[in-house]
Design a binder for this molecule. Structure first.
Ligand code: NAD
Length: 371
């Protein structure tokens, strides 16, 4: 059976779905692996490294493959080139691209979505949302440190003492906790807030101070946050305003699954920050946590420079690809039986992330959306 690794074509995507050091894991399962030329180039991986690891290089790899591995969803053109009965593994945000799901259904492809891998303990090794959030969270803290024209750590020198930077992190899921850990390692004083009650302990375990607001917790299904009412959002912004005003760097990472990002910080709150402050909004791609943010750009709001994240994990394509590839290989291993691709939809992990199969949309929420 043949696996194809595609060269990503969507703008800004520098990651690749498989790295050379994991080719052997797939060949050991009985697959032949073909990589499209230049697939790893933007992650600084050459074709020769794939060949040395046992893969072939083939510009037409996709058309001949039983299993296609990608980071971004395939394009409509790539879907048309799939061979009969092919299986695909990639990110596949069905809500944003229902037409693509319909195309995958119509060509009879079996499509698995990395976003939909259930977040249960047994699937942790396949959890690409977490692995990519970890990269993005780190990157946000480093961007904030790079943009801020002052030290993150306390410096006690013969010439005097320089106080540490004050960093506020809003949203303490996987990305936010990694941003906190990174800012702490750089020596900043960090305060952080999340609507989920469990987050306060996790914030403290990273050496940061948990901001406690006089507001009810907001936890929904599966341990995720719920959407805020407008009244709650207004109150939360009022209560957070003094923390934001006192911050040298603000990093926002809040998200609610399936929704646009909640607006946690108004333009007026940013305007109240001191000259030279920086804001890094990881959620800019999905609407932004900060009013006025622009994805992929730095804009000035009041005294602050506001950085809008766009596909932030792809800004560190080497490590992000390595982690993503680990997730993908773990998923492919689960769907392989005696050297053959035979996904068992009786398995809750595979059932949870299978979007289309044999001409129908398996994933119920997606089916309601598309049909
Ligand atoms: P996410 O990317 O959906 O959201 C990021 C954070 O934003 C979350 O912590 C959320 O609570 C927070 N948020 C949402 N609205 C907010 C608001 N109005 N104000 C402040 N913060 C707000 O979340 P994630 O990082 O993917 O993970 C969230 C949860 O899932 C966590 O409980 C995490 O521990 C859990 N998780 C479990 C597993 C697993 O069991 N395998 C894996 C990953 C994550």
């Amino acid at each position: 059976m043949r696996i194809a690794v595609v060269r990503e074509t969507r703008e800004g995507e520098a990651r690749v779905a498989l790295v050379p050091e994991l080719v052997g894991r797939l060949t050991a399962l009985g697959y032949d692996v073909d990589v499209e030329p230049g697939a790893g180039r933007r992650a600084l991986i050459s074709d020769d490294e794939y060949v040395d690891a046992g893969a072939g290089i083939d510009p037409d790899a996709l058309a001949g493959a039983d299993l296609v591995l990608a980071v971004q969803p395939l394009t409509a053109e790539q879907v048309r080139r799939l061979r009969d009965g092919a299986t695909t593994v990639s990110f596949l945000p069905a809500a944003q691209d229902p037409g693509l799901v319909a195309d995958l259904r119509d060509v009879g492809a079996t499509a698995f979505s990395m976003e939909l891998v259930p977040r249960i303990s047994r699937a942790q090794g396949m959890d690409a949302l977490s692995s990519q959030a970890l990269v993005a969270g780190y990157r946000c803290a480093v961007v904030a440190a790079g943009m801020l024209r002052r030290f993150f750590p306390l410096n006690m020198t013969a010439a005097g003492t320089v106080p540490p930077a004050e960093v506020v992190v809003l949203g303490a899921g996987v990305a936010g906790l990694q941003a906190i850990a990174t800012a702490r390692r750089l020596g900043a004083v960090v305060r952080a807030y999340d609507v989920r009650p469990a987050a306060a302990e996790e914030i403290r375990s990273m050496g940061a101070q948990a901001i406690e607001l006089d507001l009810p917790a907001l936890e929904g299904a599966g341990g995720y946050a719920r959407e805020m009412t407008e009244e709650r959002a207004t109150r939360q912004r009022q209560l957070l305003a003094p923390y934001v005003a006192a911050a040298d760097a603000l990093i926002t990472t809040a998200a609610v699954p399936g929704r646009t990002a909640p607006v946690l910080v108004s333009a007026a709150m940013v305007e109240a920050m001191r000259p030279g402050s920086v804001v890094v909004d990881l959620a800019a791609d999905s609407g932004g946590n900060v009013e006025g943010v622009v994805a992929g750009e730095v804009v000035r709001i009041g005294n602050a420079q506001v950085w809008g994240g766009r596909n932030v994990a792809a800004q560190m394509p080497g490590p992000a690809s390595r982690l993503y590839a680990q997730n993908v290989v773990a998923l492919v291993t689960l769907m392989t039986v005696d050297g053959a691709l035979a996904p068992d939809l009786g398995d809750e992990i595979l059932a949870g992330c299978c979007v289309t199969r044999e001409g129908r949309i398996e994933h119920e929420a997606t089916r309601l959306l598309v049909e």
